[in-house]
Design a protein around this ligand. Structure first.
Ligand SMILES: Cc1cc2nc3c(=O)[nH]c(=O)nc-3n(C[C@H](O)[C@H](O)[C@H](O)COP(=O)(O)OP(=O)(O)OC[C@H]3O[C@@H](n4cnc5c(N)ncnc54)[C@H](O)[C@@H]3O)c2cc1C
Length: 414
């Protein structure tokens, strides 16, 4: 076994990656009196924290449940999430006097800026005596003792007793994302599950691309669904039309479940049953026999469809009746139109990919990691936390909660 003095500066814990999970892990280990070094490859720590939540960081959610997370091993996340909860993080935010507010569905955002969260983490790192080095991309790792035994590690010119991989996934390469964590996992004999972009807008190459381009910037409350091997995935939130296709919370959420080749189905009257919608259309026919459907559709009492969207729907669903008075449209045709409004089916050609994805789905297989400590079962002293692991959250602060909880779990023992 090599001695650490032969190699270079020694720390108790080295953490590779100064993102959300790495900083939380550093704070927790530092507070235990461990000498901690964070190596960050880019010129700044916490870049994704700063860009998150449109600059206001949706740092957690009031309701955190296992069903808000996606993993090949769905129970893996439970232990860490139970031991460092949303309430623990909220207490930290309160301790620093950061103002925040709840948006829809329990999402908590900073009222001022995401900088508040990063500054809070940096202040805690400082108080815990953590050393942070930026522009320090880790390139090579070696276990100092063979056979998976705990003998420490060499990380480039540094050595340490415990090594934490917090280098994130592949999303947003311009923010420092790298496949480094997966390489380390493989180096130590771990399996890496196939990765793909998650929480990412859909793109289209058929005529719906032109539709979304014309509607670009328009948001509508909708139910968006697709078929999966396990049944129907369905999200009821806003959909945003963009130059390239569909974005907005419902589309981002659905992208985690969508498979190439599947259609996505938009229900633009999600609060109505099929019968209620048809009854409304038939009532309109009686009360406004001389009116056009496009004029009345935009006047539904609860569903506010923009006129531009109604025109696109007309072109697709009732073009031949576009200028027909309602009284002349057969009931059967109205039933078909109603069905179309609740199941406007479109086939994405793909997604915007890692360039804009908020998370990476898949990643390091959790079956050989301790769910309590995040330590590798194959190499003593080696830990994996955050997005590099095969746990991804829904939109709504869940990905940060996973980063805080998994970073904390490793920080308690590393
Ligand atoms: C645009 C955007 C908005 C988001 N908004 C939200 C939100 O509001 N709420 C939410 O819960 N989640 C949000 N997310 C997801 C969230 O940011 C991530 O889930 C979270 O940052 C993952 O934390 P992490 O520590 O695992 O990885 P990261 O935050 O990605 O940190 C990994 C760090 O490792 C560094 N690194 C990589 N390789 C090396 C190497 N070889 N050597 C040294 N350093 C290396 C990287 O530079 C990076 O700083 C958003 C993501 C994006 C992209």
């Amino acid at each position: 076994m090599e001695s650490s003095e032969q190699i270079g500066r020694h720390y108790d814990v080295i953490i590779i990656g100064g993102g959300a999970s790495g900083l939380m892990c550093a704070i927790t280990a530092g507070q235990r009196g461990r000498r901690v070094l964070v190596l960050e490859g880019s010129n700044k720590v916490g870049k994704k924290i700063l860009m998150s939540g449109g600059g206001r960081c949706n740092f957690t959610n009031l309701d955190v449940l296992p069903k808000n997370f996606i993993s090949n091993n769905p129970r893996f996340c439970i232990s860490a999430l139970k031991r460092y909860t949303q309430w623990d993080f909220i207490a930290l935010v309160n301790k620093h006097g950061i103002e925040y507010g709840e948006r829809d569905l329990g999402k908590l955002f900073c009222l001022d800026s995401a900088k508040d969260i990063l500054n809070m983490l940096l202040a805690e790192c400082d108080a815990a005596g953590v050393t942070i080095e930026v522009n320090r991309k880790a390139t090579s790792i070696r276990a100092l003792q063979a056979g998976g035994l705990s003998g420490g590690f060499a990380v480039d010119e540094f050595t340490c007793e415990s090594l934490v991989i917090a280098s994130g996934g592949l999303s947003i390469p311009t923010m420092g994302a790298s496949g480094f964590g997966y390489e380390v996992a493989r180096q130590f004999g771990h399996a890496v599950l196939p990765t793909r972009a998650g929480l990412v807008p859909f793109t289209f190459s058929d005529k719906f691309k032109d539709v979304s381009e014309r509607l670009s910037g328009l948001a509508a409350d909708a139910d968006l669904s697709c078929q999966t091997a396990a049944g129907t995935a369905n999200f009821s939130e806003a959909v945003l039309f963009t130059h390239r296709g569909l974005s907005g919370p419902a589309a981002l959420q659905l992208s985690n479940y969508w498979q190439v080749g599947e259609a996505v189905v938009l229900n633009l009257f999600p609060t109505e049953s099929a019968d209620e919608l048809l009854d409304w259309l038939l009532a309109l026919k009686r009360t406004h026999p001389k009116s056009l459907l496009r004029t009345l559709l935009a006047e539904h009492p609860t569903v506010r469809l923009a006129k531009s969207l109604v025109l696109e729907l007309q072109a697709e669903l009732w073009e031949k009746h576009a200028d027909t008075a309602l009284a002349q449209i057969p009931d059967t045709a109205l039933a078909l139109i109603g069905r179309g409004l609740q199941a406007w089916q479109q086939k994405p050609s793909g997604t915007e990919g890692y360039r804009t994805a908020e998370v990476t789905l898949g990643g390091m297989d959790t079956t050989e990691l301790s769910s309590k400590t995040m330590e590798s079962n194959k190499q003593a002293g080696l830990y994996f936390v955050g997005e590099v692991v095969d746990v991804s959250g829904h939109l709504g602060g869940y990905n940060f909660q996973w980063a805080w909880a998994s970073g904390h779990a490793a920080g308690e023992v590393a």
